[in-house]
Write a protein that binds this ligand. Structure first.
Ligand SMILES: Cc1ncc(COP(=O)(O)O)c(C=O)c1O
Length: 418
């Protein structure tokens, strides 16, 4: 459980919990640095999904045992997600296929309450999933204002301030950048948004696996995340401030429960996956300890922050020593930063670097990761984007060393990338 830098084989989680870590490719152990695109799943989560299908697979709101148990599975997932996110209770939590689908559902609903000339603020740094749903409102005459980012991947808060006006109705911002690891100052944005009476929607997809979220404290009106980034299955989560969803004109059948949290959910949910969401939150809680479940989550997230932060910093420092490497994103001297490090290597495309590393079982991502606007602003869109390396609870220092060595091989011209 501890992360002593001298122990290169220490990971925060028990690696034997993750069946996929045993997989080999061309004789290489796989090192999964692709966490920002989705992490590996522990046996506890897999078992819970299998349990659901083998024990109580049914539709909800029925009169028989398996249906009633399915109701409990869904309710339990709302309760666990609320505990994970620091929200008051299950009534705050709605589920959907993924974050993007929920963001579109939210923007359609919010859009019905806006009139021509109303304004929505988005940022250059955000993933398209927190931009496109709002940009789509332009068709209704809504003005979309885009906040600038600096070349170090941080937001320009003065520009933010200037873009928030009396006509602003919604501010959409990410909690952490999945492209370069920036953590945004949400308290500052919250103040600016609420000062003019606008709503604030926070994309916490990249933040949730790495740092503790306290929804009630944060003051956001809506927060979105995705369980497959925090050791769960592919499920999107929308956390809404009490009473807000009930005011919105959502897309819903007249047969659907009309109140929050059901009000924005469409069709039958993925019950088996929701069982897995509870198991994922419980898995994280078991990495911590404390007097109650939320305290376990809080200590677990602190341990995750420390473990991943140490690894990311070590990787970042090592990368900077390699000739031809340019590292993007804020420095690791920032008190809050996601453990996601992106870089380019002179003379080699990001795809070629990722392919070379992938052949050695070092799984890293390359491209724009759907944060395409940020990659455009960095001037890398037509140059193949970035190589992205993410830390997770099962990564060890030895994985990072292996990765640094392999990048060094490419940089010194002995590797096959181009
Ligand atoms: C920061 C961020 N926002 C949104 C998304 C979209 O999430 P989903 O795949 O659940 O739609 C992602 C996915 O990578 C992401 O990293």
């Amino acid at each position: 459980m501890d992360d002593k830098p001298e122990n290169a084989n220490a990971s925060l989680a028990d690696r034997s919990d993750f069946p996929s870590l045993e997989r080999k490719y061309k004789g290489h152990t796989l090192s999964y640095f692709d966490g920002p695109a989705g992490v590996q799943v522990p046996r506890q989560v897999i078992d819970r999904i299998v349990w659901y299908y083998s024990h109580c697979n049914a539709n909800v709101h029925g009169y028989f045992v398996t249906s009633k148990e399915s109701d409990q599975v869904v309710e339990e997932a709302r309760r666990r997600a609320a505990e994970f996110l620091g929200a008051s209770g299950p009534e705050n939590i709605s589920f959907g296929a993924n974050m993007t689908t929920l963001a579109f559902a939210l923007s359609h609903a919010v859009g019905r309450h806006l009139i021509e000339g109303d304004e929505v603020v988005i940022t250059q740094l955000d993933h398209e999933a927190n931009r496109a749903p709002w940009l789509g409102l332009r068709k209704k005459g809504i003005v979309i204002r885009e906040v600038k980012m600096f070349s170090d991947g941080t937001l320009d808060y003065e520009d933010f301030e200037q873009n928030i006006t009396k006509r602003t109705r919604m501010v959409a911002v990410g909690y952490a950048s999945n492209a370069v690891g920036t953590v945004n100052d949400i308290s500052r944005v919250e103040e600016m948004a609420h000062h003019v009476g606008a709503w604030l929607v926070v994309d916490a997809v990249h933040y949730a696996p790495h740092l503790l979220i306290d929804f009630d404290e944060l003051g956001a009106d809506f927060l979105l995340c995705s369980a497959y980034k925090f050791y769960g299955p592919h499920v999107g989560i929308l956390c809404s401030r009490k009473g807000l969803l009930d005011q919105l004109e959502t897309d819903l059948l007249r047969t659907q429960i009309q109140k929050a949290p059901w009000r924005i959910e469409t069709g039958t949910l993925n019950h088996a996956a929701l069982a897995g969401v509870s198991a994922a939150v419980e898995y994280i809680a078991a990495l911590g300890d404390g007097e109650n479940f939320r305290a376990c989550i809080a200590t677990a997230m602190e341990r995750i922050r420390m473990h991943e932060g140490i690894l990311a910093r070590h990787f970042y420092d090592g990368l900077k020593e390699i000739a031809g490497v340019t590292v993007y994103g804020p420095s690791f001297d920032d008190p809050l930063r996601a453990p996601t490090v992106s870089f380019t290597l002179e003379g080699h495309s990001a795809a070629a670097v990722a392919t070379f590393l992938g052949e050695q079982g070092l799984l890293v991502w390359a491209g724009h990761f759907y944060a395409i606007r940020a990659v455009e602003i960095l001037g890398l869109a037509d140059r193949g984007g970035l190589v992205r390396v993410g830390m997770s609870v099962y990564i060890r220092r030895s994985d990072v060393e292996r990765l640094l060595d392999a990048i060094q091989v490419i940089a010194s011209g002995k590797g096959g990338a181009s």
